[in-house]
Write a protein that binds this ligand. Sequence first.
Ligand code: NAP
Length: 240
Amino acid sequence: MSKTSKHILIVGAGSGIGKSITGLLSLNYKLSLTSRKEENLKNNAENSIYILDVLQNDNIDSLIKEIPPIDGLVYCPGITNVVPAHHLKEKSLREVMQVNFEAAAYITGGLLKAKKIISDASLLYISSQAVRYPFFGSSAYSASKAALEAYVLSLSKELQSKKIRANCIAPAYVESPMLEEARKNMSDSFVENMKKMHPGAFATSQDIATLAAFLLSDNSKSINGQVIEAGSFNINIPAL
Ligand SMILES: NC(=O)c1ccc[n+]([C@@H]2O[C@H](COP(=O)([O-])OP(=O)(O)OC[C@H]3O[C@@H](n4cnc5c(N)ncnc54)[C@H](OP(=O)(O)O)[C@@H]3O)[C@@H](O)[C@H]2O)c1
C-alpha cells in the first residue's frame, strides 16, 4: 500500500507503545517522531526526528515552531511513581502531573495556537485504566491520567466545529518497558495471579497500535470525545 500524504506527530515514539504505533503507522503515513534519546529513534531514516523532553517547555516551543502542519497527534509519554500517599513527595507529584498531563495540554495548545493542526485531524492521547481501577500506590499516576482524560473530553467539544477529533485510549496492563519496571516490585506469583484474575488484560503494544491506527484513520470519523478502554481489566473481576 502506498503512503498517504498525511502527517502524524508521535510524541514518545522511541519505546513501548509509542514505538509499536510508530512501526505500524510508518507503513502508511509521513511521521514526525520525538524521544528524549536519539538512539531510541534509530532506523527511522524516512521520518523527521525531534529530541524532546516534555519537562522542558523550550524543547516543546522549538518543536511547535519547526514542525510542519499535522493531520494527527499521538501523545504517549507517561511515568509512574508508585508509592503510598504518605510517601508522595511534592517534586515527584509535579513531575508525574507534568509528563502525563500538563505537557500534553501545553503541546496541544501550542500546536493549535500556531495553526499546526489541520481540519479533519485526529488527536489521540494514551491514558490508563488506572483511572477507573487504581492500584495500591497509584494515586499520583491515576490522578494525572484522570486529568488527561478530562482535558481531552473538553478539548473534543472545543474542536468539534473545526472538524478536529480528540480521543483517549486507556489500556489495562500492556507488555512494555513500563510494565517490566513495575514488575521489579512484584513477585512472579503476584504477576501470575494477576494474569489469572484479569484474563486478557495483558495486551501487547501491537494491540494498542492497531487500535491507535484505527482512531487516527478516517474509518473512525464518527468517534470523538471518547475514552476507549483497551484490555479486559473490567470484566467480571473485583477491583484490586
Ligand atoms: N504498560 C502498561 O501497562 C500501560 C498501561 C496503561 C497505560 N500505559 C501508558 O502508555 C504510555 C506508554 O507507556 P509504555 O507502556 O509504552 O511504557 P514506556 O516504554 O516506559 O514508555 C514511556 C514513554 O514515556 C516517554 N517519556 C517519559 N518521560 C518523558 C519525558 N520527560 N519527556 C518525553 N517523553 C517522556 C518515553 O519516551 P523516551 O523515548 O524519551 O524515553 C516513552 O515514550 C504511557 O503514557 C503509559 O502511562 C501503559
